[in-house]
Design a protein around this ligand. Structure first.
Ligand code: NDP
Length: 463
């Protein structure tokens, strides 16, 4: 029998009390009460995100990575003719490869053994169990890819060479899973009491209705879709672009090798620390809709791998100096170390509770009581020591430093290369705002006290 690790959350669960359902504020996803126009504006990414992906895809493939050449072509011919000529084209090969790949990931997710861990309390009071087998899935998938390439069954540059067909199929898969999640939320919800309706179907399709849709007891659609097809594909795309460059140039540029090292570190870190992911906004708070479904199937593979795609297709005419590469790579390592250290401090604090030491001193907390909508009272610990006493989102700062380093390693002024860093900046600033709004409803006075003790969001003295 596999033991489920006990966290501070579960210990406080034992002490949770059932209270009358008065004054219980819904602290989950916001959206209810928006105006019709507000919902429409909030759903604009439904159109903007696919348009951005298509533009990046076409710019990289057909216009040497130059947005200005792409924009000039669109101004002259119109977007649709340019898209028809250069946009992703569905192919039988791409569709079969995606069906096999996603099917394999689903089988690994469902059947590989792994430690069982619990997530966070949902607003309705559910505490779900997850099987942590992501690292094995990542390892098996990569070993399979390398073994098939070594045996000559698969071209190691397969992904780079069939990018158009693959991305068209991933787009369809992402749309299909988003529509499925939307319909499922109405006809067969997993936890009806954790659904959220905003009053706008467009917004609900975009941000999701169900918090944790599941197929059966253990197949968690959100953890699968966020943490498997897209995340595992990220490093496969990098390796495939490395192989492609080696095949076409006869060698691999140091910049591409270094981008790959940093991104493999980031992705493997995600799987090594998979249980930490259960306490993040993606799993604990964001509902499952187009934003996460299509986002992880299509947006992630296109936008998060821009540097490897760019370098694979357009190797630099003059190699970057080793000093430049060493400095940028070192900045990336610093960003990664900060990202990991901040996230570890929170995990450790939430796992051990009182008695945990941060930077050699006993950790300081604010005890933050809250209620779930079933009327029970719980408490969380808001860490005020270490990084969490320095700023309220120091993990975002580390992640941003790493993101800008990924882009800087390419050493190009073409804007397309920097789209990842721009996206991460917008995504993390927006996350910070919406998370803080939710936390102020969830914890009330305790959150206000935390903001007074730790007044800075990202960097003290800046913001
Ligand atoms: P966090 O991991 O910071 O999680 C936020 C949650 O932590 C809050 O909702 C709250 O949850 C809890 N929390 C807040 N303050 C404290 C505190 N002082 N002490 C203890 N717990 C606290 O944020 P994210 O989920 O957004 O990000 C996780 C990581 O993933 C980050 O490092 C981020 O950079 C990265 N990321 C990467 C993305 C990518 O695309 N590459 C996208 C998004 C994030 P509760 O309700 O349980 O109290």
């Amino acid at each position: 029998m596999i033991a489920i690790k006990t966290t501070e959350i579960e210990k406080t669960a034992a002490a949770s009390v059932s209270l009358p359902l008065t004054d219980v504020k819904i602290w989950g996803r916001t959206g209810a009460g928006r105006s019709w126009l507000g919902s429409l504006v909030a759903s604009l990414p439904l159109v903007l995100a696919p348009l951005t992906c298509a533009s990046v895809f076409i710019t990289l493939r057909a216009y040497s990575g130059s947005f200005s050449l792409f924009a000039a072509a669109v101004a002259e011919e119109g977007f649709w003719p340019v898209y028809q000529q250069h946009g992703p084209q569905l192919t039988a090969k791409g569709a079969v490869a995606v069906v096999c790949y996603v099917g394999l990931q689903a089988l690994l997710f469902r059947f590989l053994p792994g430690e069982l861990r619990t997530g966070q309390y949902t607003p309705a009071g559910h505490l779900l169990t997850y099987r942590m087998n992501g690292l094995s899935a990542w390892t098996i998938t990569h070993l399979l890819y390398f073994a098939l390439s070594w045996a000559g069954v698969l071209d190691p540059a397969f992904i780079a060479r069939n990018w158009s067909g693959l991305i068209a199929a991933m787009n369809i898969a992402g749309l299909a899973v988003s529509v499925f999640a939307f319909v499922k939320a109405y006809v067969s919800p997993t936890h009806p009491d954790d659904r959220k309706f905003s009053g706008s179907s467009v917004y609900d399709f975009f941000m999701g209705i169900e918090l944790n849709p599941r197929l059966g007891e253990m197949f968690d659609l959100k953890l699968f879709s966020n943490g498997r097809p897209g995340m595992i594909l990220w490093t496969l795309i990098n390796f495939s672009n490395l192989a492609y460059q080696h095949q076409t140039l006869g060698h691999v540029e140091p910049s591409l090798a270094l981008v790959t090292v940093l991104q493999v570190m980031y992705v493997v870190d995600f799987f090594v620390n998979e249980s930490w992911y259960l306490g993040t906004i993606d799993i604990a708070h964001d509902h499952y809709g187009f934003y996460l479904g299509w986002g992880c199937f299509c947006f992630l593979p296109i936008m998060y791998t821009v540097q490897a795609q760019y370098l694979g297709m357009h190797p630099p005419a003059a190699p970057a100096s080793y000093t430049y590469l060493a400095v940028v790579f070192a900045a990336g390592l610093v960003g990664y170390a900060m990202f990991r250290s901040v996230n570890d401090q929170k995990s450790k604090a939430r796992l051990l509770g009182h008695g945990c030491c941060i930077w050699g001193k006993p950790a300081q907390y604010i005890v933050a009581p809250y209620r779930t909508t079933d009327g029970r009272a719980h408490k969380s610990l808001l860490l005020c020591s270490g990084w969490w006493g320095w700023s309220r989102h120091a993990n975002y700062v580390g992640d941003l430093l790493l993101s800008y380093s990924f882009c800087a390693l390419v050493r190009s002024t073409n804007a397309v290369v920097w789209t990842y860093a721009v996206w991460m900046t917008l995504c993390l600033v927006h996350r910070c705002m919406r998370d803080e709004k939710r936390l102020s409803v969830k914890y009330g006075a305790a959150w206000t006290e935390y903001c007074q003790r730790v007044p800075w969001r990202f960097v003290p003295g800046v913001w």
